[in-house]
Design a protein around this ligand. Structure first.
Ligand code: UDP
Length: 371
């Protein structure tokens, strides 16, 4: 066999695995169905702006190992994610912090804000059973109604009572004036875009694009000792145990002939009626400047529309509710019996991974198999 590893998918899991395996002297081939590398972190230059083609990706981590690992492939800027929520024209700071509480209730001190939240969270007794209960118990009903309910129901196409509590725990709640969306020691955007970073990871590695592994599985399997599969796990098994549900996203991109559309990288539309969930203005990930530090005259925006995934769509978010988790467990059992195949990444493991988590998972995985 020509290769030690055939890596299916040139996203973060695949690229990290490939980079590490190659560094250990293995023969590696990376293939991807798309005609570009970098999976969903792919960035593309439009009007001099690195646009996040598959949605906003803001790198953040508390893991020093992951952060140090990435420094070999990119220089990160000092971007800090501070989205703004627009509820019917009322603007609120995110994540939930002293600015948000002041905008919502007029509270000024942490004690006042805490008293207000405590009064509202009493509604929930016992351990929160779903996203709605979790949200109210974290920040109270007012914030839930204006900043969470509509957005979440658009994003997931499901009632907040039917969604797992962990999804809302991704967002911090703070009694300080801190608009940083992430509780992370390290944060930033790779200067020049994610595509360049992944390109650097794949330096010297054979990559074939626009090829469909599942359509020619036997042929590809014969090329390598081990397959690293990062596509949807249910598609791998030809949906034999049923379909896993995913959320997909449709982007409406617009080039606008003015320098500033919304004054921020991300504005979330948290009401139920606005059809999009958020608008991304890509230039602000790199402070509105080009490489020579000149102001960019144009801007590019993307409206995000969330939809239920169906065959032919791009899967973005696994729906980790009870029903799907059971189906996934069945697929996982099948996967464990599959010889010489490793399943990894957001789609291969059906997990709402952040970028740093997926990188760590790939680093751990490659270390384990090459031991
Ligand atoms: N969320 C919300 N309102 C917001 C932003 C987020 O209710 O303005 C909820 C929503 O349920 C979302 C979850 O928090 O799915 C996680 O948000 P995050 O920003 O982590 O989502 P991602 O960027 O991965 O789409």
């Amino acid at each position: 066999m020509k290769y030690d590893y055939l890596i299916v998918g040139a996203g973060l899991f695949g690229a990290v695995f490939a980079q590490q395996a190659k560094a250990q002297g293995k023969a590696v081939l990376v293939i991807d169905k798309r005609n570009h590398i970098a999976g969903n972190v792919y960035t593309e230059k439009v009007e001099g702006i690195n646009c996040h083609k598959y949605g906003a990706h803001i790198f953040h981590t508390n893991n020093e190992k992951v952060w140090n690992y990435l420094q070999q492939f990119a220089v990160f800027n000092r971007f800090t994610n501070s989205p703004v929520a627009n509820y019917k024209g009322e603007l609120y700071s995110l994540p939930f912090n002293m600015y948000t509480f002041n905008q919502m209730w007029g509270t000024v001190t942490p004690d006042e804000a805490k008293a207000k939240i405590d009064e509202q969270r009493k509604e929930i007794t016992g351990i929160p059973k779903n996203l709605e209960e979790q949200a109210i118990s974290l920040v109270g009903r007012d914030i839930y109604e204006k900043l969470i309910k509509g957005y979440t129901e658009k994003q997931w196409g499901r009632d907040c009572k039917e969604l797992p509590a962990f999804i809302i725990k991704r967002l911090p709640v703070r009694l300080t004036f801190d608009n940083n969306y992430f509780n992370a020691l390290y944060q930033g955007i790779p200067v020049g875009g994610y595509t360049k970073m992944v390109q650097n990871m794949l330096d010297g590695i054979e990559v074939r694009l626009g090829v469909d592994y599942l359509a020619n599985k036997a042929e590809y399997d014969a090329m390598a000792k081990t397959v690293v599969y990062t596509g949807p796990i249910d598609a791998y098994f030809n949906y034999a145990l049923g379909y896993l549900e995913y959320r997909s996203v449709r982007f409406e991109n617009e080039i606008i002939d003015k320098p500033n559309f919304q004054g921020n990288a991300a504005v979330n539309y948290t009401d139920r009626e606005t059809p999009w969930t958020r608008i991304i203005e890509h230039k602000w990930f790199e402070f509105g400047k080009d490489e020579e530090n000149n102001d960019l005259p144009m801007t590019v925006i993307s409206r995000e529309y969330s939809s239920e995934w169906k065959i032919g769509d791009e899967p973005y978010y696994p729906v980790n509710d009870e029903k799907n988790s059971k189906v996934y467990e069945n697929y996982r059992s099948l996967a464990q019996k599959e010889r010489n195949v490793i399943f990894g990444g957001r789609l291969g493991e059906y997990k709402y991974y952040d970028m740093d988590q997926v990188i760590l998972a790939a680093l751990n995985c490659v270390a384990e198999v090459n031991n």
